[in-house]
Design a protein around this ligand. Sequence first.
Ligand SMILES: *[C@@H]1O[C@H](CO)[C@@H](O)[C@H](O)[C@H]1NC(C)=O
Ligand SMILES: [Zn+2]
Length: 494
Amino acid sequence: MFLSILSAATAGLGGLVAILVLRAITVKSKQPKPSSLAPDTSPFDGNGKIVSNLQEAIRYETISRMPGDINYSEILKFHAFLQKAFPRVHSSPLVKREVIVSYSLLYTVEGTDPSLKSYILAAHMDVVPVEGQDWDVPPFEGRIQDGCIYGRGTIDDKHSLMGIMEALESRLERGEKPVRPLYLCFGHDEEVGGVDGAFNIGKTLLGRGVEAEFLLDEGYTILQDVIKHVSRPVGLIGVSEKGRLNVKLSVDSANTGHSSMPPAETNIGILANAVSKLESTPFPSMFGSGVEYDNFVYLTSEVEYPIKLVFANLWLFQKLVESIMRKKESTRALLHTSTAITVFKGGVKANVLPPSASAIVNHRIHPSQTIQQVLERDRRLINDDRIKMEILQGREATITSPYDEQCFAYQSIGQSIKQVFPDAIVAPGILLANTDTIHYTSVTDKLYRFCPTFNLPEDIPRFHGVNERIRISNYEQVVKFYYILMHHADRQQL
Ligand SMILES: *[C@@H]1O[C@H](CO)[C@@H](O)[C@H](O)[C@H]1NC(C)=O
Ligand SMILES: [Zn+2]
């Protein structure tokens, strides 16, 4: 009896292993098909001019601190620098330059085939402050050291803006005529929400009836050794962005007065209890309902065993993958709507009962949920009528842009990544941060977030952090990427 159970079990197990392996070896590649275009990018190799241009771009202290508190004079100097650095872009009859709301830039590039829908390349001119950070190099000098250009903005996001401009300048210099109409949208306040710059550029485009084929803005990068168990670099293309919601919780219903005769609960106690419930009960995982799942599906054909076995069989290993993702903050945030209690205030004096207490909860909303759902869930969980809830600020998650084999935009971006980073695996992802893209949702529903920056784990803290830098060899790749992308985008179809 025992033996027959054992043999049945082994047979079952053998069958299961066979299925797992079969799924792994028959998995279909979701990688972009190589394109037949091979634009000549050799002029960017060892090109001192593109390097010195980026160095100079870094020297403008285009810092934004708050909406309305931006170093406007530096932004204007940066405009003048662009005009000097890119003479062909600024003199070509094919290019129209406009200043939007005094500080943002919109370039309209005519295409030889106006019947084609336009596309948009976006980047931003402003940078985050450096106060309180202990840099090893001056942050606004553009110093070259260890084969890198250092400075605030080298990876966020001047390399991208400059790379786009270098690519267009080079096309015009070579007498190439862009086929598909192109807009370059350079906001001046992305770091504080783009509420003035990108917002008004988007509005301008909408007013002109622009319906773009796609938009590419900053976002994920080429990541090496950042994704565990994947040895090849991974180029993630952000196809959606989490939403955000700031909710203020407040309570003032408890008795106040002298602390010698306290009620059972104080306003602080009531609120602390509510906040504690929110923190200790995370939102459920949404894994399996969207991009974060497909991220693995797209990686599967490219990764090595034994991890390939896991990715190819998410039907079985979903819970395992989820539990691994849950261990790290950065991957856990991909799974669900996150909750962070960021502000807590209450109390005036040691012997006085607090007249009120308030807190702010910051949610980042998973693309499969809405602000309303998140708010209702918070209310249900708190389950206390004494707590007032008020939305301070909210923004829904963006729609998910397509990333299938037929999608011209996703494939064009992916093919361009492959040409510059032949070893890279391309996959879709959800962006946890926010970008200017949300201001362009009415001119296109194909919004992508990707920068051709090459990042090792040690590079990640440099974003908004100290010693921000880009390798010179990588910057050449940045320019090449945009140059190749412009060629891919010029095709009528895939
Ligand atoms: C802008 O930056 C320049 C250069 O650092 C500085 O001299 C000026 O005071 C700054 N202006 C503001 C408003 O921060
Ligand atoms: Zn940025």
